[in-house]
Design a protein around this ligand. Structure first.
Ligand SMILES: [Zn+2]
Length: 187
């Protein structure tokens, strides 16, 4: 699978939450989460060469966010704004031209999808984007929510199958089926 031959005009690359806390050693690590980074970097290089926009979403929580277990939420403390855990993984080849999308920034509201309360759909439409190639973490949580929302927003959503990893293998399989059922294309 060669991104150079797949990327066309009106395509964008969307990297979901490739952050330290979601990689091995992080507070909410996805098993083998960092193994997708070399493949994502191949896509980044191709997108850059072809002039396709590159968007990187990040979980970007205030302290004592509603999703944290200390507040009765489902997750341990993770991706607190301006901490090491919230940084993009250092091996991810992103530069200043990559568009950052921060989500989950409200104290009292969580967001799994990169489209949730971020305005990303509007931005992409204004840039005449029709198709999105998606990879990142986690396949069964934020990638799933992002792909489903992207379909609802009217984009053709392509999941780069080898460039995502689940928290849980069985839920990961279920997530793939849900994406496929919603009309996303698994590449
Ligand atoms: Zn979060």
């Amino acid at each position: 699978m060669n991104p150079d031959t797949l990327l066309q005009d009106h395509d964008a690359l969307l990297l979901v939450d490739v952050q330290n806390d979601f990689c091995p050693g992080g507070s909410l690590a996805v098993p083998k989460g960092d193994t997708i980074i070399p493949l994502l970097n191949d896509w980044i290089v191709s997108a850059r060469r072809n002039g396709n926009p590159i968007i990187a979403s990040r979980d970007w929580h205030p302290v004592e966010h509603v999703s944290f277990d200390m507040r009765g939420g489902p997750w341990p403390v993770h991706c607190v704004q301006d901490t090491k855990g919230a940084e993009f993984h250092p091996d991810l080849d992103i530069d200043n031209r990559v568009v950052r999308v921060s989500k989950g920034t409200h104290f009292d509201q969580d967001a799994y999808s990169a489209f949730d309360s971020t305005g990303l759909g509007t931005y992409l439409r204004r840039a005449n984007i029709q198709r999105l190639w998606v990879g990142g973490l986690a396949q069964d949580v934020c990638v799933l929510a992002t792909v489903l929302d992207g379909m609802k927003e009217g984009f053709e959503m392509h999941l780069i199958r080898a460039a995502t990893r689940p928290v849980d293998e069985a839920q990961g399989e279920d997530a793939l089926n849900r994406m496929k059922d919603a009309g996303a294309i698994l590449d």
